[in-house]
Design a protein around this ligand. Structure first.
Ligand SMILES: [Zn+2]
Length: 271
């Protein structure tokens, strides 16, 4: 009996994917770091020095982080593109979409000194044209604005859905179900904006979610790109009743006869 596992022999993965790179990300990233969790942060390079801010009726100021604050803050987390200027893309031409995507990717890569492989769609509009542009710009995945409402990892990396965008109540129900589930390669991914935690007074709700996640030994924190690349490598594996062949360049993990086992790149394990 062979069952697919995540790195380190873990059964489940947790991730947050948060958009816009706002001031409240400082508090949010510190909270993730406190519990050794990992996030994906989707940034608009063209708005990072923007002076624009708005004040919510409860007093929360919403403003973009500056470049010099963003670079050290997101160390250890994934930075992904969210377009250069966060436009409504439904009335943009192909050339305009390509410019928004490619320029953001290039400038974020130069600023952060790393390859930017992920993309998150601004607002809710997504189309075949945008998807083709995402592929042309060399992104590995595109996270769209719909929820999967399931723990099953997405099959289509270019229509990637988070499990849910943060609820307007507690996470108790979903976290209980996630802790109980025995689904193979289960994933809980929460999307959102950190300013909503101010506006909707949700900091304690998120902290109690993080406490519960980090207290579970079988849940591994990963960034979205780490999850996507791991699942792509897993898809290439050949698994039969008595043999596992890892065709990828990274280690894969399986539960084989009740034991978690690492299968090295290009390794074949005969049972
Ligand atoms: Zn956004």
């Amino acid at each position: 009996m062979i069952r697919k596992l995540y790195p380190g022999g873990k059964k489940k993965v947790f991730n947050v994917t948060f958009d816009d790179g706002v001031l409240q990300d400082v508090r949010f990233v510190n909270l993730l770091n406190k519990y050794n969790l990992k996030g994906t942060f989707n940034l608009n390079f063209g708005l990072m020095e923007s002076e624009y801010e708005w004040t919510h009726k409860n007093g929360s100021v919403v403003k973009r982080l500056s470049k010099d604050k963003a670079v050290p803050l997101y160390q250890g987390h994934e930075v992904a593109s969210h377009t250069l200027t966060h436009p409504y893309m439904d009335n943009l031409s192909e050339a305009e979409i390509l410019y928004e995507l490619q320029t953001d990717k290039d400038k974020l890569e130069r600023l952060f000194g790393r390859t930017i492989k992920g993309f998150a769609v601004p607002f809710h509009y997504y189309s075949e044209l945008i998807e083709n542009c995402v592929k042309k710009c060399g992104f590995t995945y595109a996270r769209i604005s719909e929820e999967s409402r399931s723990f099953t990892p997405q099959k289509d990396c270019f229509k990637w859905k988070a499990t849910l965008f943060h609820p307007h109540g507690s996470f108790d129900d979903i976290i209980q179900r996630f802790i109980k589930t025995d689904e193979e390669l289960a994933l809980l991914q929460v999307g959102g904006h950190s300013y909503d935690l101010d506006v909707e007074n949700m900091w304690d709700i998120f902290e109690s979610l993080f406490i519960k996640i980090s207290s579970q030994n079988d849940i591994l924190p990963m960034t979205t790109i780490e999850i996507v690349e791991y699942l792509q490598a897993m898809d290439k594996a050949e698994i039969t009743e008595n043999r596992v062949k890892n065709n990828s360049d990274i280690s894969l993990w399986f539960l084989i006869d009740g034991l978690a086992r690492e299968v090295k790149p290009k390794e074949t394990v005969i049972l």
